[in-house]
Design a protein around this ligand. Sequence first.
Ligand SMILES: [Zn+2]
Ligand SMILES: [Zn+2]
Length: 328
Amino acid sequence: MKKFLIPEEGNFYKANLHCHSTVSDGLWTPEEIKERYMSEGYSVVAYTDHDVLIPHKELAEDSFLPLTGMEVEINEDDSTAREKKSCHICMIALDEGNVTQPCYHRTKYIPPWSEEFKPLITFDENKPDFEREYTGECISRMMAEAKSEGFFVTYNHPAWSSEGYKDYSGYNNMHAMEITNYSCLFSGYNDYNEKEYDEMLRDGKRIFCIAADDNHNGNADSFGGFTMIKAESLSYKNITDALIKGHFYASQGPLIESLWFEDGKITICTKEPSDIVFTTGRRSVGRIRNSNKASFSVCPEDIYVRVTVTDKEGKHANTNAYFLDELI
Ligand SMILES: [Zn+2]
Ligand SMILES: [Zn+2]
């Protein structure tokens, strides 16, 4: 029996799950972001301004869904100096009614450009200030707190952050990591993070991968990384349910039409003929060139299977990883 890894039913919705507006250091207002993204075929934008969780419900309409989110950073030695490491995490509210900022601190961490929006933040008055420390323990605790308070948690742009395996191997409790961060790639940082994703998967982290713009600068760093979410409708609940279930793939351009598992084989169909690679977490891969359909026989020794699609321009689409016990 066919097991659809991306659901057969529903519609694909194009999403940017990481962006910055004039609420923090972005060039476009929240309204401009909506307008520009809708004109590029997007249905979903998660507004993830730096350390300011503000809903933009007023922008919602039948064909556009604004998700409430923010991006937090934990800096080595509490310094933003470029030679120091930094861990950035996006938190996206799973429930439309959830506007309470997690891991809040009453006096610290609001960047200067967001000060004017501070009065709009809602936080839990009964909770003590969350003190950040650049350690795996604190970062994992921050991810766990956001997760338990109903947020979808992603680990962002390890290359820009100067973070390596010994850093992110200690980060637990994320839902997903950014396999593509377009703004960082565009600026010259190597934030196409296939290797990092595999390293985390091989450590046993059952996490998804997303692609996002992280745009700050208008057209310059927008529309290059997106996540295609398959859901029944564009309601807030259906879209965030699909995020939690991993009903999506990440892309810089190529489109995936279907992905399923049947009789020991995983099969993918793409919109255009592409280079298709199956990765398994061990030294066993499959590669089919210039095709819009490819199958791969899964071995019992494989740890997981994920698929990378590369088009003629060298742009990638990446499926989530599926561990063997999820397939069979
Ligand atoms: Zn960031
Ligand atoms: Zn960002």
